[in-house]
Design a protein around this ligand. Sequence first.
Ligand code: ADP
Ligand code: ADP
Length: 227
Amino acid sequence: MIRLQQLCKRYQLGDEPVQALDHVDLRINAGEYLSVMGPSGSGKSTLLNMLGLLDQPDSGEYWLDELEMTALSEEGRAAERNRRIGFVFQAYHLIDRLSARENIELPLVLNGTTPSERRPRVNELLQRLGLERHAEHLPHQLSGGQRQRVAIARAVIRKPQLLLADEPTGNLDSHSGNDVIELLEELNAEGITLVMVTHDAAMGRRARRRLWMQDGQLLKDEQDAHA
Ligand code: ADP
Ligand code: ADP
């Protein structure tokens, strides 16, 4: 499903160039569950942003299905991103003035789904995530774990094929963090490809495939034997 070929990304930090991604080769099959680990500054978020079409590499190729993402225009990338990719961030990024329901619904509003089609899909997700009683609450009225569940619901409401999570439990206590990971794993079990950046080794070990990065390079790619 995903093929990265010799992907490079350099940033300028003052006078210092930083090689955030250094000739990264990577293949990911549909339905895989990967964690990405490594020290701070090793390029994990940059890799995730590339996969999520939030950023363009300086060189190299990114193929998603049979499409070369690196050959698309900005508009083309945005269209593919909206259609295929969901994001979950450490800081939730919910809209403060919108209720849980409205936050979850937003991607469908933006792509022109009619209210009568939106309602059952949002209700199904609210129920599934145990958020029905909180549907009309604003983000500040929710716990961290509930906020992250709303963010995950918003990320999957359009049924993306790829779900990218950057430290999704970074702001949560271990109990609600565990709930969030279990939810992500459930979505993966249903077929969504899941790539999760974490610096929590215990969390990272739960993934069937684990990547380690250092200085912008893939240092290790470890996979459980297939059952
Ligand atoms: P990680 O997620 O592993 O902490 P990042 O991908 O965030 O690593 O960063 C990799 C390197 O690229 C770091 O040295 C970081 O300082 C640098 N970097 C990342 N994003 C930017 C940016 N927007 N501008 C300048 N440097 C950046
Ligand atoms: P399914 O018949 O298994 O629901 P779909 O084609 O409807 O499959 O959805 C494709 C993918 O979108 C699923 O594998 C799942 O990861 C995600 N998905 C579908 N429905 C939901 C839902 N209600 N909540 C969260 N994710 C969903």
